[in-house]
Structures are given as structure tokens and as C-alpha cells.
Ligand binder design. Structure first.
Ligand code: ATP
Ligand code: MG
Length: 585
């Protein structure tokens, strides 16, 4: 700046020519500020009534009446409105306010279009800083070059024209946060979109924040039950984990996320659903579904829909994460869903290309990996000393024709602690949720499973793997020996057992009892079509006649050998009873 100040001169605007004394004071001021003599040029202007305006490069000092009034107005605007009566507050603020030279940095717009503006003259603007354009349009610095900066605009760029002024704010982009957001739907800037009135925020948090350092974390060891049988039994998720949901379009990705939210009812876990580039109608549908199942009370929906500009879609997940951090820092558990990060990457690509960054693989900019890693690293389980809160993240990624080796999927797979892989073929074959057992994995959740579930799930994955292998080998064989046929039937039964309707999360005892029963080959002889009905009957029988067992599993989360034998005994008796009944008919 000093260098440029040497080249540039200082321009002084005022209605009347400054006196010799005044000129000397300006000279001293400049020397003080910039450390060298700067030639001062006076320009006559009626715009700055009752004072002066001094411009040095992009720094502007305003001693005029108008500038001071504007400063007072800005001070008044910042009075928090939630601190009681407003009149005394205004009086107080005015009394304490002392007029100073309003110093600000002002730049000019060089080009504008497609929600992107390049600005010249803001030499000290920082990355991520909010700038204010003509007409109150807000933008965020996204690109800093040698002699200009690239900026994305959050509002319509109408009113922003070439040559118009841009002001720095010195603040980085942030979002309002607070308890009052629960039950509401907001956009990426935290403004309500559900027509239920204003939300009074408890604070303001930066959307970009450092991930918690290692010393502030503790291992993931508490389960976050999704209520989805195939996930809780084989790919358990712990509080603080990041588990990717990946699959082609229309394979039930969102359905899993919504079911997981519904299952958090009464489990003291706050849920945030971030919709990126989704249709408005789908977001409304999700809101209604959550409301219907009583899940909106502990949830926030943050949506940057497909019709919104790329910059808003780009900041949406970070804003959602900031809202989650507010609760995590208060020691709460939060589940956050990013639906979906492929659309987020596409929005970022559009933005980067418009900012004229060099395109890399698949035309994504070079830092697209960092885009998602810095977001997902903010999911954590904090240590007990700092409250023990957690953020569990379920990012969603859409693949094309099941290709998990594309650029964005491989990136996100490598940042997360596992993935739930959903397959179109399974989905269309009626196996819903369409979880591919071979390709899905949860790398840390096993520690978070309850002992009962761990014991019950025992050999499920191996049995299913054997079944899949056998299924391929026996596809064309016409006559099978008895043992092979029995094994095939057993596998089919297990697959049927994993089918689950939407919006019907299963409780712990339901899952544990079903697993113990099925893995002890109790369903032998029951045809695949009857499996669902059989299990439903068995569970309702347990819940009415053996409710103590159900309660014990839910409460203690343990199952000793005696209890396991007991469950097997009761299940076998139930099945034999059913067979007898049928034989009678
Ligand atoms: P998109 O790629 O469009 O976002 P998606 O992968 O998120 O799709 P969903 O919208 O969750 O998929 O589900 C697609 C359809 O499948 C929906 O109509 C949904 O109701 C249905 N569906 C999802 N899961 C199940 C299930 N377990 N049982 C029955 N139907 C289901
Ligand atoms: Mg979806």
C-alpha cells in the first residue's frame, strides 16, 4: 500500500478551499498514516457539505456531514433488537457515539455478470470477506489476483454496474444461528422460507470454521441409530462419524436420510437437512413428511434449491455446518445431511469457471478435494472437557451408472469413514433399501454398536456374502442337492428380512430379536414371500408376551448367552405353533 500511495496522490474534496492550517493538518495526517509525504490535490465539490472527503488510493476518509450521518446510521442499525426496549438503547448509543473520520476502503466494479463481479482497488480485501455493492447487494471474495479480486454475489446483480462503488466490511461470511431455527426451513443465508415469520437468532457464526483439533476430540463410541435394519446391523454409524450415502439417481438415498432423521425422535439428537440443488417441490415434500412424523420439532431444513444462484448453493453446506456447530459447542448431538455433494461440486465448478480459474479433471478446479474435505472434517465428537457434543455427517453423492470411481465419488469416499452403497438393480428387484452389502462399509461405527447388536449380527455379513457367491454359481443349475437348496433358501430369507418400508424405523429390540431368530436358521421352511409377515407377527408377539426382554435390550444394550437361547427358544416355538395352525387348516 505504501508503495502505491507514493505513486498515487491524495485527493481532497470539499465545497470550500481548505485553509493553510487545514492543509497542514491533512499533510500531517497523511504522513502519520502512510509514513511518507503524499502530494495533496484539492478538488472543489458540493457533494461533501460541511466537511471534507479524502481519498488515498482505495482508502477513503469521510469527514463530511453526510459521511458522519451514515456512520451514525450504521451504528444504530447494529443495535441488537432482542435486548429489551429500543428507545433507551438508541438514546444510549447516540450519547456514546463520537464522530470520527469514517475510514473505509472503496473499490470499483470492473465487470459483472452471471453472479460474479471483478473489483479493482480493494487491495486489502481478504478471502471470504463480505463486500457491499451498490443497492446493498452482498458478495463474497472468492479470488484474489494481482490487481483485482473476484467476488461472488448472493443477491440479484441488478443495480451493480461497471464503475459502481464497492465497500469492504471486514467481516467474513456468516450465518445466524440459534435454538429458534429448530422446526424451520431457511435459505443459505439463514432467511426463513417457510412463511412462519422472523427467526430471532441467538448469535452469528462464520460459515467457514476450523475443524476441531485432534486434542479436542474423542473416539466415536456411541451409536447413532438410523432405525434402518441393514445399516444398524451391518454398517453401524457412531455419533461423530461421517458416512457417505452413494448411489445412482432414484435409488432411495434421500429416503435413508429422512428415515434416519425420523428415528432420532426422543433420542436427544438435533437434525439438519441441507438440500443443495434440489427441486423446491422435493424440499417441501420432505418438510411435510418430517412434520407428519413429528420430526420437525428437532430439525432444521436449509435449502439452496436448483433455481438459486451457484454462490448460494456453494455456501449452503458450510452454513448448515455452522448451525450444527452452534449446537455441538453446547454439548448437543447433531446429525447433518448434505443432499447432495455432487450438485454442490457442480455449483462450485460453475462458479470457478466463471471466475476464470483453470479447469482440471472433469473441468473441476484443482481445489475441489479441499472443498469437501474442509466441510466433512468439521464433523467430530468433542471431548468431555469441552462438552462432549458431536456432529455426525451423512453426505450424499449421486453416481452415474454405478460408477464409484468418478472424480467426486472417489474424493468423498476417501474423506468419509465409510459408505452405504445403493444399487439400482437391487432397488428395481424390490430389495429396498437397496444396500449393496459387498461394497458398503463402516470403518469406525463397529465400536459404537451396542453389545447386544454386535452379538446378534454375528455372521450376517459373511452369510450374505456366501449366499451371493452361491447364487451366481447356481443360477443355471437345474437340480440342486438338498444342502445347497437349503443354503439358498436361507440366504433368500435373510435378504427378505432386510427389506424395510419407508418411514418405518426399527427399534433396537426389533432388530436384535429378528437377527437372533434368523441367524439361528429358525426361518427354515418359511417361503421368501412369507418372511415379512412372519417377522412382523413374531415381533408383535414378543412385544406383548415378552415385553421384559424387549425392554432389557433397549435399555441395557446387552445380551448374554442365556437371553440369546431364550429368544431362539421362543421364536422356534412361535414358528412351530404357526406351522401347526396351518396344518390344521
Ligand atoms: P434422487 O436421485 O432423485 O435424489 P434418491 O436416490 O434420493 O433420488 P429417493 O427420492 O429417496 O431416491 O427415493 C426414490 C423413490 O423410491 C421414492 O419414490 C421413494 O418413495 C422410493 N423408496 C425409497 N426407499 C424406499 C423403500 N425402502 N421402500 C419403498 N420405496 C422406497
Ligand atoms: Mg434424493
Amino acid at each position: 500500500m505504501n508503495k502505491e500511495a507514493n505513486i498515487l496522490k491524495a485527493l481532497l474534496y470539499s465545497a470550500t478551499e481548505p485553509s493553510g492550517e487545514q492543509q497542514k493538518r491533512f499533510g500531517d495526517f497523511l504522513k502519520n498514516k502512510y509514513g511518507s509525504e503524499i502530494p495533496l490535490e484539492w478538488i472543489k465539490s458540493e457533494d461533501y457539505e460541511g466537511g471534507f472527503r479524502l481519498e488515498v488510493g482505495s482508502d477513503v476518509y469521510d469527514w463530511s456531514l453526510r459521511g458522519r450521518l451514515r456512520m451514525l446510521r450504521d451504528t444504530l442499525i447494529e443495535i441488537p433488537t432482542d435486548k429489551g426496549s429500543i428507545i433507551p438503547l438508541i438514546k444510549e448509543t447516540i450519547k456514546e457515539w463520537t464522530p470520527e473520520a469514517m475510514a473505509e476502503q472503496v473499490g470499483t466494479v470492473k465487470t459483472v455478470g452471471d453472479g460474479i463481479a471483478t473489483v479493482a482497488g480493494l487491495n486489502h480485501a481478504t478471502f471470504g470477506e463480505i463486500l457491499i455493492f451498490a443497492g446493498g447487494v452482498r458478495g463474497m471474495v472468492q479470488d484474489i489476483r494481482r490487481d483485482e479480486i473476484g467476488c461472488v454475489l448472493f443477491n440479484d446483480d441488478e443495480g451493480v454496474v461497471q464503475g459502481s462503488h464497492v465497500k469492504r466490511t471486514g467481516k467474513t461470511a456468516g450465518t445466524p444461528v440459534g435454538e429458534d431455527f429448530l422446526g424451520r426451513a431457511v435459505d443459505a443465508l439463514g432467511t426463513p422460507i417457510d412463511g412462519l415469520g422472523e427467526i430471532s437468532a441467538a448469535g452469528y457464526m462464520p460459515i467457514e470454521a476450523q475443524a476441531p483439533p485432534i486434542v479436542d476430540r474423542q473416539p466415536v463410541d456411541t451409536p447413532l441409530e438410523t432405525g434402518i435394519f441393514s445399516i444398524d446391523s451391518m454398517f453401524p454409524i457412531g455419533r461423530g462419524q461421517r458416512e457417505l450415502i452413494i448411489g445412482d439417481r432414484q435409488t432411495g438415498k434421500t429416503a435413508i436420510a429422512v428415515d434416519a432423521i425420523i428415528n432420532q425422535k426422543g433420542k436427544d439428537c438435533i437434525c439438519i437437512y441441507v438440500a443443495i440443488g434440489q427441486k423446491n417441490s422435493s424440499v417441501v415434500h420432505i418438510q411435510q413428511t418430517l412434520k407428519k412424523h413429528g420430526a420437525m420439532d428437532y430439525s432444521i431444513i436449509l435449502s439452496a434449491s436448483a433455481s438459486e444462484p451457484a454462490p448460494l448453493q456453494y455456501i449452503a453446506p458450510y452454513a448448515g455446518c455452522a448451525m450444527a456447530e452452534y449446537f455441538m459447542n453446547k454439548g448437543k448431538d447433531v446429525l447433518i445431511i448434505y443432499d447432495d455433494l455432487s450438485k454442490h461440486a457442480v455449483a462450485y465448478r460453475a462458479l470457478s469457471l466463471l471466475l476464470e480459474r483453470a479447469p482440471g479433471r472433469e473441468a473441476y478446479p484443482g481445489d475441489v478435494f479441499y472443498l469437501h474435505s474442509r466441510l466433512l472434517e468439521r464433523a467430530a465428537r468433542l471431548s468431555d472437557e469441552i462438552g462432549g457434543g458431536s456432529i455426525t455427517a451423512l453426505p450424499i453423492v449421486e453416481t452415474q451408472a454405478g460408477d464409484v470411481s468418478a472424480y467426486i465419488p472417489t474424493n468423498i469416499i476417501s474423506i468419509t469413514d465409510g459408505q452405504i452403497f445403493l444399487e439400482s438393480d437391487l432397488f428395481f428387484a424390490g430389495q429396498r433399501p437397496a444396500v449393496n452389502v459387498g461394497l458398503s462399509v463402516s470403518r469406525v461405527g463397529g465400536d459404537a454398536q451396542t453389545k447386544a447388536m454386535k452379538k446378534a449380527a454375528g455372521t450376517l455379513r459373511i452369510d450374505l456374502a456366501q449366499y451371493r457367491e452361491m447364487e451366481v454359481f447356481t443360477q443355471f443349475a437345474s437340480d440342486l442337492d438338498d444342502q445347497t437348496r437349503r443354503q439358498l433358501e436361507y440366504g433368500q430369507g435373510l435378504m427378505r428380512m432386510l427389506r424395510q418400508a419407508q418411514y418405518r424405523p426399527k427399534s433396537q429390540h426389533e432388530q436384535v430379536i429378528t437377527l437372533v431368530m434368523a441367524l439361528s436358521h429358525t426361518m427354515q421352511g418359511i417361503s421368501a414371500d412369507e418372511v415379512t409377515e412372519f417377522i412382523e407377527g413374531l415381533i408383535s408377539m414378543f412385544e406383548t408376551e415378552n415385553s421384559d426382554i424387549c425392554e432389557r435390550i433397549d435399555r441395557e444394550g446387552v445380551m448374554d448367552d442365556a437371553l440369546r437361547e431364550e429368544i431362539i427358544r421362543i421364536s422356534k416355538a412361535y414358528k412351530n405353533h404357526g406351522v401347526d395352525e396351518r396344518n390344521k387348516k
